[in-house]
Design a protein around this ligand. Sequence first.
Ligand SMILES: NC(=O)c1ccc[n+]([C@@H]2O[C@H](COP(=O)([O-])OP(=O)(O)OC[C@H]3O[C@@H](n4cnc5c(N)ncnc54)[C@H](OP(=O)(O)O)[C@@H]3O)[C@@H](O)[C@H]2O)c1
Length: 289
Amino acid sequence: MIYGTLANGVRMPLVGLGTYKIPIDKIPDVLESALAFGYRKIDTARYYGNEDAIGRYLALSGVPREELFISTKMDVEFLYYTLSFMGHRKKLPIRKESLRNAFFRQLERLHTNYVDMYMLHAAIPKYYKYWGNEVGKLYKEGYIKSIGVCSFSKHDFELFEAELGFVPMMNQIEISPYNTNKEIISFCKEKKVQVEAFATFGTTKKKPEAAKDLLENEIILDLSRKYNKSSSQVILRWVLEQGISVIPKASSKEHLRENIDVLDFELSHEDMLQIDTLDKSIFHRYFRR
Ligand SMILES: NC(=O)c1ccc[n+]([C@@H]2O[C@H](COP(=O)([O-])OP(=O)(O)OC[C@H]3O[C@@H](n4cnc5c(N)ncnc54)[C@H](OP(=O)(O)O)[C@@H]3O)[C@@H](O)[C@H]2O)c1
């Protein structure tokens, strides 16, 4: 495994497993294979509804807790309900409680007494102050080892820092060859914020066919033949070589194995640039414009 070091000195595996939409009954099988293949970082969220299944499996897995990197998130739907008196969308089982209480329930579900990374699941400025203050306290108390945000633009970082007085250590954003997001990546580098990519294979809610389209793109296929690696491995390597961590979601053994087997080759500078040319910047579904 390769590791990165966050601005606060915490070490984080640069390849992890995304778990959104892995059905709960499949979690044990997926995690069994993932741990056997060497995954040590697991990305989940309150919203995914699988924290309990993940925590239960990891606690009994025999892998020492300190070897694991567990990252989870708090969604803005929860914050919306907690902070407003206007009712809420009934999609999620949310009870009105403090973020602190809800966080401790997440810890219980994850069968652990700390998380390695705690993130704000979306970029909505009206929640920064409350979320940042509460999470800042939990960080000082040692329940959270590092603080992250999702889909933050430069403007979001500026608002957050002005309000809270600190900069989150990670920004989890959508990055794929079709959506290279260079501007925010270079801003994060300047601020020493680790960038983490999701939807790396171009999957989007609106265009589920985009993954197939990207994995079968001619440039990607040519490079796949050149390096004797799969399209997905070429794409993951292109992300990693930018110093960005990856968390591909996979449910089959083949995909799980393939996605972690990306540490034994390097793309040339020219090939990195060739992949950059695929950028269409059209999938900014998570960023506010
Ligand atoms: N912070 C946020 O707002 C946010 C948003 C979206 C996602 N995320 C996180 O990021 C993770 C990854 O993002 P994602 O789930 O959107 O998309 P993704 O990891 O880019 O793509 C997942 C899809 O690609 C397929 N796949 C995986 N490995 C493959 C391979 N080697 N070859 C071909 N196909 C492969 C998977 O199929 P199989 O399942 O069949 O293997 C699945 O259909 C999520 O699970 C979640 O943890 C965060």
